[in-house]
Design a protein around this ligand. Sequence first.
Ligand code: F6P
Length: 345
Amino acid sequence: MAKVKKIGILTGGGDCPGLNSVIRAAVRNANKKGIEALGIKNGWKGLIDKETVTLDTNSVSGILPKGGTILGTSRTNPYKKEGGVNRVKENFKGLKLDALIACGGEDTLGVTSKLCKEGLNIVGVPKTIDNDLSCTDYTFGFDTAVNIATEAIDRLHTTAESHHRIMVVEVMGRHAGWIAVHAGIAGGADVILIPEVPIDINNVCELLKNRRNRGKCFSIVVVAEGAKFKKGDVVIQKERLDAFGHVRLGGIGQMLGDKIEEKTGFETRVTVLGHIQRGGTPTAFDRVLATRFGVKAVEMILNGKFGMMASLQGNAITEVPLDKAVGKLKTIDMELYKISEIFFG
Ligand code: F6P
């Protein structure tokens, strides 16, 4: 490949803590190697509308601990926009980009994979609080979300105990139970309900009654937003699909809380953590992981590894084909769920 002179970087899909750490790492590594960096604003939308910002070592100074993304983001899908893909290709050329780093989850990286097949030089960096991307042990953002949810569970414990209540906590994670199981184990939840295992309401109530019978008059139930009852579907806030065909999940916590109260007679309250899990400063783990991914992305470009995604395997940062990473949702490790079940009831 000809000498790399200029690279672009974009962040797409839902934001997550650690994106700025990737941007900083990629820009610093690129500049060290004499490569110019250009920020593309608001995900694929910025490449369609040619909205950019120059990035250099000074402009990324101080962003490492900042949540969100200084580039902005969107859920724009160029394949769903009239002329979108052609505009992306034209602007890629017009901006004189030798390569692009796309930071995203399954949607943004799905687009990345398709664009690579159309000849664009792009590498992927996996981000999402949901941790549901295949071929990487962890995505950055997940650890921060788990820590926020764990702290919330800790706080709910004290009020639950004082009032002898059941506290239902609804966490994010889309169709995978990673946040629920990790935060549930870390926070000592008494029941954890996830999308991968349909909810048996009678069993849930039995567990809560058993706990009360042994003198524990409060309980914490963690439920993932994508969980569903045995005879039911996911609970959604909005029917309308986004550009990637996703509904907006949310509401299972309240539905569950109502059923628990009705069937057990135990006073129940519901907390929905929502976007609090995505906001604020990244944990040290996420900052380090994101930094390693940002540095790796530039190395991948220099080695011509287009169509590949940076990935964490064990403790090694490696690269995997994007196709494989976005081909299948990474659902919960059932062995870990089984461990969490030991503490139910
Ligand atoms: O994918 C990250 C995520 O936070 C999911 O956990 C959640 O279902 C969704 O994004 C929420 O999306 P939005 O920011 O569009 O409300």
